[in-house]
Design a protein around this ligand. Structure first.
Ligand code: ZN
Length: 248
């Protein structure tokens, strides 16, 4: 099977500026995600980061991307509107998008969902339990009933998003909060998956169950690429009028 083309985008600032983060992800979060996608689903992975020209997301790169993965935390405003709109357009045309953790405030995600993406949050080494609530969904394939994440940042409701097309996971946090943590949306021809776990100071993306979920999400999100782009059609001749003209 030919592997999917996956581009993993990362701010790639925390890993360079913060010793605590560097210890967990010395080569960056994007490298870890790229490695397991290559190994587990034979994806053709490429990475792109904030400080590259055009943030590494040129028209050519996005044209060749089946699924874009987006990890970002503090520098959402440094992403140019032009690139954010380019990502939005490619999703509408069928590129898959997986938005991770603090990407809930990223420009492309907010443009696509149309709401603020606001939520509650707290950094307190919080034990998280991720519940699979839609076990028949392709993103839940081979994922247990629940996954314990020993430590992560708390993200809780209300999460200001439109009602997802499918809600695959919800999370419970030791502080008592809950969160819709695995949400599927369709925008245009594109499929979007928002996934909450993955604060940069914890090795969440090294956890096998989390890797399974992200592999499944890539396999689910790419299929919009098979859709034909929708243009605005002036339907002057209806199929029935054409049939009449032909004397059928
Ligand atoms: Zn975080």
């Amino acid at each position: 099977m030919i592997g999917l083309n996956v581009t993993i985008w990362n701010e790639f600032e925390a890993e360079q500026e913060n010793e605590e983060v560097r210890k967990v992800y010395p080569q960056g979060i994007h490298s870890v995600i790229g490695e397991f996608l290559k190994e587990k689903i034979n994806a053709n992975t490429a990475t792109a980061t904030l400080h590259e020209p055009e943030h590494g997301l040129t028209e050519e790169v996005l044209n060749n991307t089946d699924v874009l993965i987006w990890w970002a935390h503090l520098s959402h405003e440094k992403v140019s509107d032009e690139v954010a709109e380019r990502v939005q357009r490619h999703v509408l045309e069928g590129m898959g998008l997986i938005v991770l953790h603090s990407g809930h405030h990223s420009k492309p995600f907010k443009k696509l969902i149309g709401t603020t993406g606001n939520l509650r949050w707290r950094e307190d080494d919080c034990h998280t339990r991720l519940w699979t609530i839609e076990p028949s969904h392709p993103i839940a394939k081979n994922v247990p009933m629940y996954v314990d994440i020993p430590q992560d940042e708390m993200y809780g409701e209300r999460f200001d998003i439109p009602a997802p097309d499918s809600l695959v996971f919800i999370s419970w946090f030791a502080g008592g909060e809950v969160m819709r943590s695995g949400c599927c949306f369709t925008r245009g021809a594109g499929k979007i998956f928002y996934f909450q776990p993955g604060h940069e100071t914890y090795p969440v993306y090294k956890q096998p169950e989390i890797q399974t979920i992200l592999c499944n999400a890539v396999n689910w999100a790419h299929s919009g690429r098979n859709a034909e782009a929708v243009s605005c059609i002036h339907a002057e001749d209806s199929p029935e009028s054409l049939r009449y003209e032909k004397g059928e």
